[in-house]
Design a protein around this ligand. Structure first.
Ligand code: HEM
Length: 408
């Protein structure tokens, strides 16, 4: 076991500016760090993070979400285990895959993406973060739930606050207070809508949740509100970062951008490689149920383990030349990249593997395709210098681009 002294602290400005050099040092010489400030054990090697997520020996729980997220969301699927988790997951999973995704929600994604692009397609300029990435996923979820997209700014404010609460590693009291306010505001917003939807069900996901029974019992208003809050945050912030990052990565590698433009079937590869190279979620925590041996030492029972996805995805023992963005790399399987058999760790693995992975893929494939069509000679704005923000979740701060507007 190592102490945190040899590597930049995960709460330092240096780490926030660029965590990748620190990740390398951790993997190589400090694979298990007891981090005093967050009272957690940090793991960074692929084999350790994979083992914690898969949890084949039943040694880990998600009880960390009791303090990490329940204070803002209420109790959600992330905290559940066993049958209770499986039943709750089965309620929403169909909406996020297969026929329901293709027939019902793909048109929603296509329409929302077109609407956003219409606002700038004739101007020759856009900021792909503020004009597109921060808007598409949350608009899609709002439409899926049958909420009013006109409330976009409020949704965006809420989910940003929720994610800030989740990633409040330094325990900033203002971030905690904002989270508490969001819980109240979101409940005040949702409860009347849930009551109305119970009386007049529609064809939307919120009505499905209202009608659904878990072991013969309907979900309470509180349960449904918590679920919606999670969907907005889990589906909003993450996909937002993913869309911005895929463009940042492609713009930084013009030959790969040209290849994707030429052959759109490469978009899922470019997305999978983006998830490996620049994952939207850099950290996920777990609690140990028993004492556990990991590289570098023993973690006691009842401890918090911080899994560094961003570090594990660049492990040289797993990926060749891991710091190179290469959509054609042969050590990342694209066909499984959006299922629990994925060999990158961006969606976690095991029971809580991201239930929205295929929805995210559909948004990225649609979005990248439509944006490339609308922006024939897409290029970064002059003088643009990429700045990434975030330690818990991470992505480009802005992405100003220029293009010759496509003929109407
Ligand atoms: C690129 C985009 C996305 C990334 C990187 C991502 C990442 C993740 C990760 C890492 C987890 C595992 C959390 C854990 O094990 O503690 C997770 C779970 C989850 N995600 Fe996603 N996510 C994305 C998109 C979405 C979307 C679009 C939705 C739905 C609207 C969604 C809904 C969820 C839900 C409900 C869970 C909890 C699943 C469970 O506990 O069984 N995510 N996601």
């Amino acid at each position: 076991m190592s102490t945190a002294q040899q590597v930049p602290d995960i709460l330092s400005p240096e780490f926030a500016a660029d965590p990748y050099p620190a990740y390398r040092v951790m993997r190589e010489s400090a694979p298990l760090i007891l981090h005093e400030a967050t009272q957690s054990w940090i793991v960074s090697r692929y084999e350790d993070v994979e083992r914690v997520f898969k949890d084949l020996a039943g040694q880990f729980t998600t009880e960390n979400y009791d303090w990490q997220i329940e204070p803002v969301h209420g109790r959600t699927i992330l905290q559940l285990s066993g049958r209770e988790h499986a039943v709750r997951r089965a309620l929403v999973a169909p909406a996020f895959r297969g026929a329901e995704l293709q027939e019902k929600f793909l048109p929603v994604i296509e329409r929302n993406s077109r609407e956003l692009i219409d606002a700038f397609r004739h101007t020759g300029r856009a900021d792909l973060v503020t004009d597109y990435a921060t808007r598409l996923p949350v608009n899609v979820i709002a439409d899926m739930l049958g909420l009013d997209k006109a409330d976009h700014d409020r949704f965006h404010g809420w989910y940003t606050t929720v994610i800030a609460f989740l990633g409040n590693l330094s325990g900033d009291p203002e971030v905690a207070a904002a989270g508490a306010r969001t819980r109240v505001e979101f409940a005040e917003y949702m409860f009347p809508i849930i009551r109305e939807r119970r009386e007049n069900p529609g064809d939307d996901l919120l009505s499905t949740l209202c009608a659904a029974e878990v072991d013969g019992v309907r979900m309470s208003d509180e349960d449904i509100k918590a679920f919606c809050s999670l969907l907005l945050a889990a589906g909003g912030e993450t996909t937002d970062k993913a869309i911005a990052s895929i463009f940042a990565n492609l713009l930084a590698h013009p030959e790969q951008l040209a290849a994707v433009r030429e052959d759109r079937s490469l978009i899922p590869r470019a997305f999978a490689e983006t998830l490996r190279y620049t994952p939207p979620v850099h950290m996920i925590m777990r609690q140990t149920a028993t004492e556990v041996e990991l590289s570098g030492g023993t973690v006691p029972a009842g401890a918090t383990v911080t899994c560094l996805i961003g570090a594990a995805n660049r492990d040289e023992n797993r990926y060749r030349d891991p710091d190179r963005f290469d959509i054609l790399r042969d050590d990342l399987t694209t066909t499984t990249a959006f299922s629990a058999a994925a060999d990158h760790l961006a969606f976690a693995l095991g029971r809580h593997f991201c239930v929205g992975a295929l929805l995210a893929k559909a948004e990225v494939v649609t979005g990248v395709g439509q944006l490339l069509d609308a922006m024939p000679d897409l290029r970064p704005a002059d003088g643009f210098d990429l700045v990434e923000r975030g330690v818990f979740t991470r992505g480009p701060q802005s992405l100003p681009v220029r293009f010759t507007p496509a003929a109407a």
